[in-house]
Design a protein around this ligand. Structure first.
Ligand code: SF4
Length: 420
């Protein structure tokens, strides 16, 4: 029965539109759609589309011959990872894994760069030097904007002309940051929040970070579940604690998921504030359960063939004990709650559940989402709904004792709970 279920899920995965796209084009297959939707983070999130965006896409890597193979984690039939090569070698020879969507955005569009060869090189440098491409890309895009605003000059950047789009400067800076070579690179090696605090002069307003972590390149002004998920993420605004891709409703599978969560597939609309807490909490639960069982979140929240029903059946058949969907989701919720309690113990409270300043204060400048923002009032509405749904104290975001008892976490986390 266990193997039969495995084959069933594998077949479902092969027929899922999201899975097919991940196989064909990898994560950067969504670049053309993001550009059309006006959600392609570029120039340090000061713009939402970029000329030449097609050069960043998985379709381009495939069509132009950069793609020489698909890679997968052990046993995965989706094989979303890329293996690529450079063609002209203009910026250096590359034969490497990647680049992923977040990489082509952070090191590419966010830095005003759409040269495919240059992005392959920047990706390879980060891989070789052990640097996260999202943080590296965003600390450089912050520096580029600060330079273009005239707050940093060439002397302060140790001789680099840090205009957006300067490929050579980016490549040099990546290497200097990794080796902490020179005062400026050493400053950036501390991350965007620290660098902005040191440079001052309002540069924190375009530091795309919260909780000290650079934000993944999702425009949280125009996608409210993402906004909430990123704000409450215990690490900061990354997409690997909870991603709420289904809210866009791109595929029938994703609309089905939204109907299952909210009762109505019309809530598959990222601009709405309603039902976002329910959507985020479901994804948190599923993310936690997916990871605890050793599945990949791309199969349960980008493609949707792996779901609470078949995951709980796997668990039950594998261990020979009864186990249902509700128990599975509660397992994920315990993980989220323990992480919240950890942060509470370290002093984090509601005021730390934030988005980068630009996401909360500067409207989307152009395209179909012009004028959108997730301001403090909207975020407060989302947070109130979310904390209430979790059974956490709304003013402080601290879990209530009764909530911890219900989750069986009273003994483990009771020290930080509030009475109620
Ligand atoms: S397990 Fe997930 S990340 Fe790994 S190749 Fe498969 S879909 Fe991609």
């Amino acid at each position: 029965d266990y193997y039969r279920l495995g084959n069933e899920v594998r077949r479902a995965l092969a027929g899922d539109a999201g899975s097919e796209s991940l196989y064909k084009w990898g994560t950067s297959g969504s670049i053309p759609g993001l550009n059309d939707m006006g959600m392609l983070a570029s120039y340090n999130f000061s713009r939402v589309s970029i000329e030449g965006a097609e050069n960043l896409s998985g379709q381009h890597l495939l069509d132009e011959g950069y793609l020489i193979g698909r890679e997968s984690c052990f046993g995965c039939s989706t094989a979303c990872h890329r293996h690529v090569r450079s063609l002209t070698h203009e910026w250096g020879r590359v034969r490497d894994s990647g680049p992923e969507l977040e990489t082509v955005l952070s090191l590419g569009a966010e830095c005003g760069i759409t040269d495919t060869e240059a992005i392959l090189l920047a990706n390879r440098l980060c891989n070789d030097l052990g640097m996260d491409t999202i943080s590296a890309g965003h600390v450089i895009s912050w520096a580029m904007e600060t330079y273009e605003r005239g707050i940093l000059d060439r002397e302060q950047t140790d001789g680099l002309d840090l205009r957006f789009g300067n490929i050579e400067a980016q490549a040099t800076l990546l290497q200097r940051i990794a080796h902490r070579e020179g005062a400026f690179a050493d400053l950036l090696a501390h991350g965007t929040r620290y660098a902005a605090e040191e440079v001052g002069r309002d540069s924190w307003k375009w530091a795309i970070q919260a909780k000290g972590l650079e934000q993944s390149a999702v425009d949280t002004r125009a996608a409210k579940s993402y906004a909430l998920a990123f704000a409450v993420n215990p690490r900061g605004p990354d997409h690997l604690m909870t991603e709420t891709f289904a809210e866009f409703g791109f595929t029938q599978e994703s609309r089905d998921v939204i109907r299952e969560i909210t009762g109505d597939e019309n809530y598959a609309d990222p601009r709405l504030l309603e039902k976002r807490a329910e959507i985020v909490r479901w994804h948190e639960d599923v993310y936690g359960a997916t990871e605890a069982l050793g599945f990949c979140v791309f199969t349960s929240t980008a493609a949707f063939a792996v779901n609470p029903k078949n995951m709980s059946r796997f668990f039950s058949l594998g261990l020979g004990v009864p186990f249902d969907e509700e128990q599975l989701l509660l397992g994920g919720r315990r993980m989220v709650t323990i992480e919240r309690c950890f942060n509470v113990r370290e002093g984090a409270r509601r005021q730390d559940d934030l988005l980068p300043w630009r996401m909360m204060n500067e409207q989307v400048p152009s395209g179909p989402n012009t004028g959108m923002v997730t301001d403090q009032e909207m975020l407060d509405r989302l947070l109130d709904q979310y904390y209430a749904l979790h059974g956490w104290d709304q003013p402080t975001a601290v879990p209530l004792r009764s909530t911890l008892e219900k989750l069986g976490l009273g003994e483990l986390c009771g020290d930080v709970a509030l009475d109620g």
